[in-house]
Design a protein around this ligand. Structure first.
Ligand code: ADP
Ligand code: ADP
Ligand code: ZN
Length: 214
């Protein structure tokens, strides 16, 4: 199964992609995570992406298309995946079509997570992640069961993203509306688009996703 989650920063794509990984035995492909791994490794690619990411703008189409194209060729992707954060521009969506055609793959569902921009600032500024296993949390909306201890792995170290601050969120939301929102129409025209209410609680959003995925 090949799924795509669309929505602005903070919509809940990463949170839900992790749940869908387990539910459908497919893997999350987050270009944001891939780019952060490149930045952390200090690779040339990471050096190119770092400043752009910290400013809240999008990195070049060429760079992310290259990353995702080689990633979906790997063995662990053959049974299926969830695209989280890609595509983010019309040229990326077009390049994905070409990639899928070349590889003989088809997209099962494209799901738009509809949310209010105003709520995204609080979601993003409260977001943090387990350094050990990558599980996602929120200061108010998704706290670990035991304060300071990861539910999944028991880890006690957590990280916050450099770009998860109130000023950068505004630029990221702007980039979303200018560059990414047009691709919702692109998939709408193809007849594969479904929408869900991303403002509902986390469990309720998962239930809606499973409903539309079928
Ligand atoms: P995205 O990947 O779309 O940027 P995330 O999944 O990382 O978004 O979610 C952003 C933050 O909001 C996280 O801290 C997460 O715990 C929290 N969150 C996700 N979904 C919801 C929801 N439905 N209601 C409240 N908070 C949520
Ligand atoms: P979020 O879903 O919270 O906005 P991501 O982790 O998906 O964040 O992305 C973080 C940053 O990585 C983006 O602001 C952008 O700079 C870069 N990025 C991730 N995916 C793409 C993409 N497909 N195209 C261009 N830039 C990307
Ligand atoms: Zn953990």
């Amino acid at each position: 199964m090949k799924l795509m989650l669309l929505g602005p920063p903070g919509a809940g794509k990463g949170t839900q992609a992790k749940r869908l990984e387990d539910a459908y035995n497919i893997i999350q492909l987050s270009t944001g995570d891939m780019l952060r791994a490149e930045v952390a490794s200090g690779s040339d690619l990471g050096k190119e992406a770092k400043e752009v990411m910290e400013s809240g703008a999008l990195v070049s189409d060429e760079l992310v298309i290259g990353i995702i194209s080689s990633r979906i060729d790997q063995d662990d992707c053959q049974k299926g995946f969830i695209l989280d954060g890609f595509p983010r521009t019309t040229p990326q969506a077009e390049a994905l079509d070409v990639m899928f055609a070349d590889k003989g793959m088809t997209l099962d569902s494209v799901i738009e997570m509809k949310v209010d921009d105003d709520a995204m600032v609080e979601r993003i500024t409260g977001r943090y992640t387990c350094s050990e296993c990558g599980a996602g949390y929120h200061d108010s909306f998704q706290k670990p069961k035991v304060d300071g201890t990861c539910d999944k792995c028991g880890g006690t170290e957590f990280t916050r993203r450099a770009d998860d601050n109130a000023e950068t969120v505004r630029s990221r939301l702007e980039a979303y509306h200018e560059q990414t929102a047009p691709i919702i129409l692109y998939y709408g025209d193809k007849g594969v688009l479904k929408s869900i209410d991303g403002m509902a609680g986390i469990d309720e959003v998962t239930a809606q996703l499973k409903e539309v995925i079928g």
